[in-house]
Design a protein. Sequence first.
Length: 217
Amino acid sequence: MLSEVRRIYRRLRFGEPVVVVSGLPRSGTSMLMKMLEAGGIGLVMDGVRTADEDNPKGYFEDERVKRLAEQQDRTWIRKARGQAIKVISHLLKELPDDNNYKVLFVRRNLDEILASQGKMLVRRGENSDTNDERMRELFQNDLWKANYLLTHAPQFELLELQYREVLDDPASQARRIDDFLGGRLDVAAMCAVVDKQLYRNRAEALTAGGKAGGGAP
């Protein structure tokens, strides 16, 4: 009851929430952004990072998000109230607390994330100074911190989604998203943009030593 009263108070004080799509890199956040766009929610993005082989449907990003930690003036986020913006899990703590946020947090198998990220680096001709074991530790720590923040800070409301469940049953997951965001989305259109063919790094194939091709948006 207390949390509901606090939510109503914050809604009256800070207005309509910003919809935030978040998760680790390569966890399916771009797919979620595309679903929201199809469902009828406006997206905050600048188009600087264009579609490529790693994300053939696009990245749906705004470069300003990457500089949140160093920005003195973050009032631009207020203009995103009622719209959706993609914020990597590590940067959630940089969102100013004078907004309300409804967060769609996407979780994905860490083996799949590491494989997808590794193949993306290879395609770009880049090297990582961090091995997979250390990267796994960093990701797990980041997830713990993000979960703590999202479940304790009053500015956040959280809906967790599993990447694979969205791909396997987009209808039920789209309905969950619609319910969470107030029941105003075009669920059928959201389902129509989910492309299971882009699920190219599967945990079972990786465990079996199989070779999966490409990353997932």
